[in-house]
Structures are given as structure tokens and as C-alpha cells.
Design a protein around this ligand. Structure first.
Ligand SMILES: *[C@@H]1O[C@H](CO)[C@@H](O)[C@H](O)[C@H]1NC(C)=O
Ligand SMILES: [Cu+2]
Ligand SMILES: [Zn+2]
Length: 172
């Protein structure tokens, strides 16, 4: 009996510990006067993360969308730091091997000023060295050129311009 209780307690502790250190879902909420959005992140079995959601409030077009290093919004989106780049690589396209971990590319707004987001990324994670929880998603004023243009900022930021909205990535 005592042995069984001890065993059950050990399982409960292990489960609680596991649940705390490796959440399988996260959410970021964007909210400005004009832009609103919810983006969820789900760790899927093969080590990839499914990014899903919707954002409203921008004219049709492509806009840079990244995970930045810090979840610090004390100075607005400007205090979220640079693109999350734990491996000190150049800025790139989401399908590039040589890219910042935070390089999620562009989101596309339609004629209804809505952007549906549904992508799978194999570099971001919800835990470990590529973990994005506690960092921020940032939406930019221009398209990300994926590091492929001649502009001096291209290989650093994709030349996506200012930051129009951002949200901290939290456990869901
Ligand atoms: C975000 O989620 C809330 C709560 O479910 C919902 O009311 C709101 O419409 C969502 N916003 C967008 C832009 O999808
Ligand atoms: Cu950015
Ligand atoms: Zn980048």
C-alpha cells in the first residue's frame, strides 16, 4: 500500500514537472488601436511548431512577421530586441537553413484587411535552446525581403521597416 502510494505520488510529481517545463501550446495576442490578432503555437509530435491564428487591421499586402528575442514591451515593440537568433546566423527565409530562428517570413493581409495564419515551422520550439515562450512576436510595416535584397538591412532584418504590433508569447 505504502509502496503503491509512493509510486502514484512519483507519477503525479513527474507529470506536474513535465507539464510545467514543456508546455505544448502558447499564445500571443496583438492589440493596438487598429490591429488585433491571436496567434497560437502548438508543438507537434515531429519537433515542429504549428502556428495558427488571425490578425485584422492592415491593408492588403505582405508584412514581416518574426519572433524577437525579448518579451519586454516596456518601451512598446521597440524593446523586444532583435530577431531571436540563438545561433548567430544571418536573416533569411523560413525555409532557409541559414536564418534566424525567429524568421517566420511574411503574413499576407487580404482585401478584408484580414490575415489568416496557418504555417508549420521547424526551427522555433516551445522549449529548449530554440524556445520562444517569454519572447515576442512582432508584425512589421513592410514586407520581409528574406535577406535577399541589396538593402544594407536585408541580411539583418529583411528590411521590414518599423514595428506596428507585437505581443508576448505566453503559455496557453
Ligand atoms: C481573438 O480571440 C478572442 C477570444 O476568443 C476573440 O473574441 C477575437 O475575435 C479574436 N481576435 C481575432 C482578431 O481573431
Ligand atoms: Cu521583426
Ligand atoms: Zn531575422
Amino acid at each position: 500500500m505504502l509502496l503503491q502510494l509512493t509510486f502514484l505520488a512519483a507519477i503525479a510529481l513527474a507529470t506536474a514537472h513535465h507539464g510545467f517545463t514543456t508546455p505544448s501550446r502558447a499564445i500571443a495576442v496583438l492589440s493596438t488601436e487598429t490591429i488585433r490578432g491571436n496567434i497560437t503555437f502548438t508543438q507537434v509530435q515531429d519537433g515542429k511548431v504549428h502556428v495558427q491564428g488571425g490578425i485584422t487591421g492592415l491593408p492588403p499586402g505582405e508584412y514581416g512577421f518574426h519572433v524577437h528575442e525579448k518579451g519586454d514591451l516596456s518601451g512598446g515593440c521597440l524593446s523586444t530586441g532583435s530577431h531571436f537568433n540563438p545561433e548567430h546566423k544571418d536573416h533569411g527565409h523560413p525555409n532557409d537553413v541559414n536564418r534566424h530562428v525567429g524568421d517566420l517570413g511574411n503574413v499576407v493581409f487580404d482585401e478584408n484587411h484580414y490575415s489568416r495564419i496557418d504555417l508549420v515551422d521547424d526551427q522555433i520550439s516551445l522549449s529548449g535552446p530554440h524556445g520562444i515562450i517569454g519572447r515576442a512576436v512582432v508584425l512589421h510595416e513592410k514586407a520581409d525581403d528574406y535577406g535577399k535584397s541589396d538593402h544594407p538591412d536585408s541580411r539583418k532584418t529583411g528590411n521590414a521597416g518599423g514595428r506596428v504590433a507585437c505581443g508576448v508569447i505566453g503559455i496557453l
